[in-house]
Write a protein that binds this ligand. Structure first.
Ligand code: NDP
Ligand code: GDR
Length: 370
């Protein structure tokens, strides 16, 4: 048969098949993620797709594409039967965009990960940080509360920075003492979330997550700044690394482990707030020792202290007590400190090797530091 003959037969076949009732399949769960282009957004998307979810992400308009962390998951939406991750334009500073997407997608779960998330930068742009981090969370809570769909579950990305100067170990009952505009805004978002739970009965959870890192970590956070430099120094593209306070201590875990805890919080019978942490703390100096040591280098030969990286107020020491999450959620971290550092260095050595090819071919300036 030629093509013309085949068409009606195919149409007939479709009609016949469509008379057979479809198998009873449960509707896919729908998740809506703000901050999907960030480190955690990309890991959470992978995790939820693995669980069979349909994932919708809100991205903000940028003059450059900023979806690099998601490119491996992207399926052209014109292939709509295959695409289970979809991206839509919105902004945490635009309440109408948040309301519109919540109302048109009617998600089962909303994860609010979007933020101006850099603590030092929040001293430079405090007003914007408060608008996105604090009022942005309020706008999204309001969109969820006023939605025609009842029972939407909401996750708020809280931070160990909220504890600030309160000494470790820090748990859900430790008082907050924020030390930056970012941390103060996160405290406001935390309390908005608690308030919407108490006032309107929303299933709203605060995850109080301690620092979590990965090869996808933004390059101006200290861990990735260090591992990027280690890669480039080892490959011969850079000699010095400029840093600020090396004595700050952080409880560093792996982002891939932490997004699982976010999801677990929303699967419980009752909403609540949970600290998520490894319960181990290391200084920036210790991180340097493991990272440079992994490739046989001594950090003291390369690190230069630069005052510009000190903050007007510092958070000296964070170490979480995550007993509640371990007990109630059954969560525990899989990746330890040294494994995490080595994973990041190994990744960044490979990245530096690729950069070296570009430098040698004259396509990139070796001074072009990340
Ligand atoms: P990232 O900085 O990697 O990602 C932040 C995300 O927020 C990006 O997708 C960014 O978009 C988006 N975003 C920023 N501003 C806006 C805006 N105005 N409207 C919409 N989206 C916006 O952060 P992480 O993935 O590391 O962290 C995720 C969340 O968890 C953040 O809220 C952070 O504050 C919090 N947190 C992080 C911890 C960590 O150690 N990583 C620990 C505790 C809390 P774009 O790509 O366009 O910049
Ligand atoms: P933090 O992470 O502020 O804990 O916030 P960051 O990696 O920026 O700093 C950690 C510690 O390292 C010190 N430091 C430097 N930091 C940066 N960025 N650059 C430097 O050159 C440098 N030198 C020393 C800092 O002073 C600090 O003590 C992260 C973010 O992901 C937040 O969004 C999140 O809420 C918290 O973790 C938990």
């Amino acid at each position: 048969a030629n093509g013309q003959d085949a068409a009606p037969e195919a149409a007939l076949a479709v009609r016949e098949v469509s008379q057979i009732p479809p198998p009873l399949q449960p509707r896919r769960k729908v998740a809506l993620i703000t901050g999907i282009t960030g480190q955690d957004g990309s890991y959470l998307t992978e995790f939820l797709l693995g669980k069979g979810y349909e994932v919708h992400g809100l991205i903000r308009r940028c003059s450059n594409f900023n979806t690099a962390r998601l490119d491996h998951l992207y399926v052209d939406p014109h292939n709509s039967h295959k695409a289970r991750m979809k991206l839509h334009y919105a902004d945490l500073s635009d309440a109408s965009s948040l309301r519109r997407w919540v109302e048109s997608l009617l998600p089962d779960e909303v994860y609010n990960l979007a933020a101006q998330s850099h603590v030092a930068v929040s001293f430079e742009i405090p007003d914007y940080t408060a608008d996105v981090v604090a009022t942005g969370a309020l706008r999204l809570l309001e969109a969820v509360r006023s939605s025609s769909k009842k029972g939407i579950r909401y996750y708020q990305a809280g931070s160990s920075e909220m504890f600030g100067s309160t000494p470790p170990p820090q748990s859900e009952t430790t008082p907050f003492h924020p030390r930056s505009p970012y941390a103060a805004a996160k405290c406001a978002a935390h309390w908005y979330t608690v308030n919407y739970r108490e006032a309107y009965g929303l299933f709203a959870c605060n995850g109080i997550l301690f620092n979590h890192e990965s090869p996808r970590r933004g390059e101006n956070f200290v861990t990735r700044k260090i591992t990027r430099a280690v890669g480039r120094i080892k490959i011969g593209l850079q000699t010095k690394l400029f840093l600020g306070n090396l004595s700050a201590a952080r409880d560093w875990g792996f982002a891939g482990d932490y997004v699982e805890a976010m999801w677990m919080m929303l699967q419980q019978d009752e909403p609540g707030d949970y600290v998520v942490a490894t319960e181990e703390s290391h200084t920036v100096e210790e991180f340097l020792g493991v990272a440079f040591g992994h490739v046989g280098l001594d950090w003291r030969d390369h690190v230069v202290i630069d005052k510009r990286y000190f903050r007007p107020a510092e958070v000296d020491s964070l170490k979480g007590d995550s007993a509640k999450a371990r007990r109630a959620l059954g969560w525990s971290p899989r990746v330890g400190f040294k494994e995490l550092v080595r994973m990041m260095v190994d990744n960044d050595i490979e990245l530096a090797k690729r950069e070296k090819v570009l430098v040698d071919a004259g396509f990139m300036d070796s001074q072009q530091q990340p």
